[in-house]
Design a protein around this ligand. Structure first.
Ligand SMILES: [Zn+2]
Length: 155
């Protein structure tokens, strides 16, 4: 999968959808994930990158964002509730597994790995910020990537 390192302040996108190559009809704000530094670094507002996409990609990505949020919240709630119920019954291993699942989902969501997977699958690219001046972009479409590299300068 091609990827590139760029300065977000000079980032530009071709006038086509990274997913299907059609004419863009709007922009989707892709959040630049940050790695494990979300747990240790200073608080920072996630960097949002406006990527021109077609309407179909926009609608699919937005629907997936809602579904992912709801299912993760349901699983976290179920894991937390399960942990309490199992602990109450003295089933400690089951309680630990349920609680661990809820914690893993809550922590994993903070790194944005789930959003990154959806961005790549539904929009054709994802972003991870390495610092305020370094942004790692990943592309799933080789042709879009070559057009992108022709109008951007990699670090
Ligand atoms: Zn598209």
């Amino acid at each position: 999968m091609p990827s590139a390192l760029v300065n977000p302040s000079t980032l530009r996108f071709p006038r086509k959808c990274p997913h299907c190559g059609r004419k863009p009809e709007g922009t989707y704000a892709v959040a630049a994930m940050r790695g494990l530094d979300v747990f240790f670094g200073d608080y920072a507002v996630p960097l949002l990158i406006d990527v021109p996409v077609c309407r179909a990609a926009f609608d699919r990505r937005r629907a997936a964002a809602v579904a992912a949020l709801v299912s993760v919240l349901v699983l976290i709630a179920a894991g937390g509730t399960g942990a309490l119920v199992f602990a109450f019954k003295g089933a400690w291993i089951a309680a630990a597994l349920s609680g661990g699942m809820a914690i893993a989902l809550a922590l994993g969501g903070r790194t944005g790995w789930d959003a990154g997977l959806l961005d790549r699958a539904l929009l054709g690219l994802s972003a991870r910020s390495e610092s305020s001046t370094r942004l790692r972009l990943r592309f799933t479409n080789e042709r879009y990537f070559s057009e992108w590299t022709s109008i951007n300068r990699s670090l």
